[in-house]
Design a protein around this ligand. Structure first.
Ligand code: NAD
Length: 443
């Protein structure tokens, strides 16, 4: 099928590459000319496992094309997929300016019938606004004869495993009231539906809401577990034992109940806030979601508070090794990452940071630029040298079994503050290191 994807970000690029891989003919369009230029030269702007090879192969074979030419792009695909950003606006609501400008471009440029598919995470009712925007643009042109439909098809990929998630989706949510659109969506996703039926068809509003409900549920699990962790610490319990104890109940399950430094990234924080705002708009006080957010904001400071208390409130002139900058492993994304809250608090207290991350160093550089109190190190060992302690903010695999003796000998003060509970406290203590983690007693 011929397909146009608006927005070449984490969602647009991965989804486009996967759809090209199964044989669809995809044109990707973005307003960021530099990004398009670099993609055409073979440079992949984000890190996702497996993405580079997928994009290169399909680009070389002509199944995926990158352009800034919206007119040509609109007239390529019978399906127009909108995968542009929906960042948080000033009032907490999702900012729809990018989505609506794509809708306007489609209405302005289309010459034949189109199915417009909303992939971006958008508040309930956005499909109606997209429909109105396209209709308005067609009226301006006097082309009300051109037909189109708007379908909601929210994306559930996870950064860090985005390619695998799109290749083998858990579910494909399709919101439409049209049989014709449903059949086109079935054709589009047929290659991903072979093992068993993944498509769940529902009305448009329910599909839009499903995405927010899913992210808010996951954020709630994280905040719940962080609350239990903070309590466990005060009660002399070990939250890691509690985690295993409750996860063994299949009604609870082991997934997404790891205590830590709170959720970050481009989705959970903004989506929780957007749903709180949507609720306000319809006169509903989403008290649970507000608490989820409050707990998360507080959790981002928990590790810093431990460091501050260990050094008796005086961090001026100290240097800390920081392992992990990305908001989670296997991505270079630092949007709302707990590492940022941590670094910024350390800097404010007069400390310096020597940081290492396997993928997010360039991203960190572009966010913070050159500064005297930030040294980006080439290896995790280099980050340790002469530091007053090791702080861990991301659970990258290669942080899980460090040479503890090297850690101890490199640090001026042999202490680890672990925001991801990577280690068994008894093992760390055996190597002569002090160890502070989340929801467990210090060792
Ligand atoms: P992103 O910021 O990585 O990419 C968005 C892209 O859209 C940018 O390249 C931008 O230049 C482009 N763009 C903006 N306006 C445009 C226009 N008028 N025409 C063409 N391109 C335009 O965003 P993302 O992380 O891919 O997220 C996209 C959407 O998907 C958001 O609504 C997000 O909430 C949702 N989502 C994200 C994830 C995730 O893990 N990142 C997962 C599921 C859903």
């Amino acid at each position: 099928m011929k397909l146009t994807v608006f927005g070449i970000g984490y969602v647009g690029l991965v989804q486009a590459a996967v759809l090209a891989e199964v044989g669809h003919d995809v044109v990707c369009v973005d307003i960021d000319a530099a990004k398009v230029e670099r993609l055409n030269q073979g440079f992949i702007p984000i890190f996702e496992p497996g993405l580079e090879a997928l994009v290169r192969e399909n680009h070389a074979e002509g199944r995926i094309v990158f352009t800034t030419d919206a007119a040509a792009a609109v007239n390529h695909g019978e399906i127009q997929m909108i995968a542009v950003g929906t960042p948080q606006g000033e009032d907490g609501a999702a900012d729809l300016k990018y989505v609506l400008s794509v809708a306007e471009a489609i209405g302005r440029e289309m010459q034949g019938p189109k199915i417009v598919v909303g992939k971006s995470t958008v508040p309930v009712g956005t499909a109606d606004r997209v429909r109105a925007k396209i209709a308005q643009a067609l009226t301006v042109r006097g082309r009300e004869d051109l037909t189109f439909d708007v379908v909601s098809n929210p994306e559930f990929l996870k950064e860090g495993s985005a390619v695998a998630d799109c290749m083998k989706p858990d579910r494909i949510i399709v919101g439409t009231g049209s049989e014709e659109s449903e059949m086109l969506m079935r054709e589009l996703y047929a290659p991903f539906n072979r093992n068993h039926e993944k498509m769940i068809v529902m009305d448009v509003r329910s599909a839009e809401f499903t995405k927010y409900a899913a992210n808010c549920m996951l954020a709630t699990k994280i905040s719940f577990m962080n609350e239990m962790a903070n309590l466990a610490e005060l009660l002399g319990a070990d939250v890691e034992e509690v985690r295993k104890g409750i996860g063994s109940d299949p009604r609870i399950g082991y997934h997404f109940i790891y205590p830590g430094l709170g959720y970050g990234g481009s989705c959970f924080p903004k989506d929780v806030r957007a749903l709180i705002r949507t609720a306000e708009d319809v006169g509903f006080d989403a008290t649970l979601l507000k608490s989820v957010e409050d707990r998360n904001n507080a959790q981002k400071s928990v590790l810093f508070d431990k460091v501050l208390s260990f050094f008796k409130g005086d961090l001026a002139g100290k240097t800390f090794a920081l392992w992990g900058l990305a908001f989670k492993p296997n991505t270079d994304d630092m949007r709302e990452a707990p590492s940022r809250t941590l670094m910024e608090a350390l800097w404010k207290a007069g400390a310096k940071v020597q940081a290492y991350d396997p993928e997010a160093m360039q991203e960190c550089q572009s966010i913070y630029g050159q500064r005297d109190d930030l040294l980006l190190c080439g290896t995790k060992e280099a980050a340790l040298r002469g530091a007053d302690g090791l702080l861990i903010a991301t659970e990258w695999k290669n942080f899980r079994a460090p040479a503890f003796d090297v850690v101890r000998n490199s640090l001026t003060t042999p202490v680890i503050f672990d925001g991801r509970n990577l280690f068994d406290p008894r093992i760390v203590a055996r190597h002569g290191l002090q160890y502070f983690s989340i929801g467990r007693q210090a060792a």
